[in-house]
Design a protein around this ligand. Structure first.
Ligand SMILES: [Fe+2]
Ligand SMILES: [Fe+2]
Length: 184
């Protein structure tokens, strides 16, 4: 007997957990479309990897134009994007999928682009554009997931908050640069 109208009774929960035990964390109560969620997760993984690479490239190239503080910021972001990629890959495995790390088609799977950019200002702009793309696509994914997969949704919400910080920092760097241009 259940004490509540909306919770499954304990026996039902126990019986369900014993079925399809090989599915690990994915239970019969998982109400999202798993294939769609895995596709979204793999696209997000590609996005994060592209962001790791772009920030890495910019980190080393910005060093060359004597901008140590911006170069340092790019490295910090690159490492944080790597952390996001790892979390997403882990979630894919939890859901019984396989993280796609293949270089083949990486730029096509990714929402954000890999753009080398020449000047320091262009690098900051390209990174800001990429962050804004990530912010938009993660917001959409969060809305799509709704209550269907709260664990993936929470992960995306946490990642989204960091992407918003990144965008904010880049916008500040851009303002700082254009102000120093004015003083010249
Ligand atoms: Fe990220
Ligand atoms: Fe970011």
């Amino acid at each position: 007997m259940s004490n509540s109208n909306f919770l499954s009774d304990i026996q039902t929960l126990r019986d369900r957990a014993r079925q399809h035990i090989e599915a690990g964390a994915v239970t019969a109560g998982y109400s999202a479309d798993r294939d769609t969620v895995l596709k979204l997760l793999n696209e997000s993984l590609a996005t994060e990897i592209i962001c790791v690479l772009r920030y890495r490239r910019h980190h080393f190239m910005a060093k060359g134009i004597h901008s140590p503080s911006v170069a340092d910021e790019f490295l910090v972001h690159s490492n944080e994007e790597q952390g996001h990629a790892d979390r997403i890959a882990e979630r894919i495995v939890q859901l019984g999928g396989e993280p796609n790390f293949s270089p083949e088609g990486l730029t096509t799977r990714s929402h954000a682009e890999y753009i080398e950019a020449g000047s320091l200002t262009d690098m900051i702009k390209e990174n800001l554009v990429a962050e804004r793309i990530a912010i938009d696509s993660y917001s959409e994914i969060i809305r799509y997931l709704g209550d269907k997969d709260p664990t993936s949704r929470r992960m995306f919400e946490e990642i989204l908050a960091v992407e918003e910080e990144h965008a904010d920092e880049l916008a500040d760097l851009l303002t700082g640069l254009s102000e120093s241009d004015v003083k010249h």
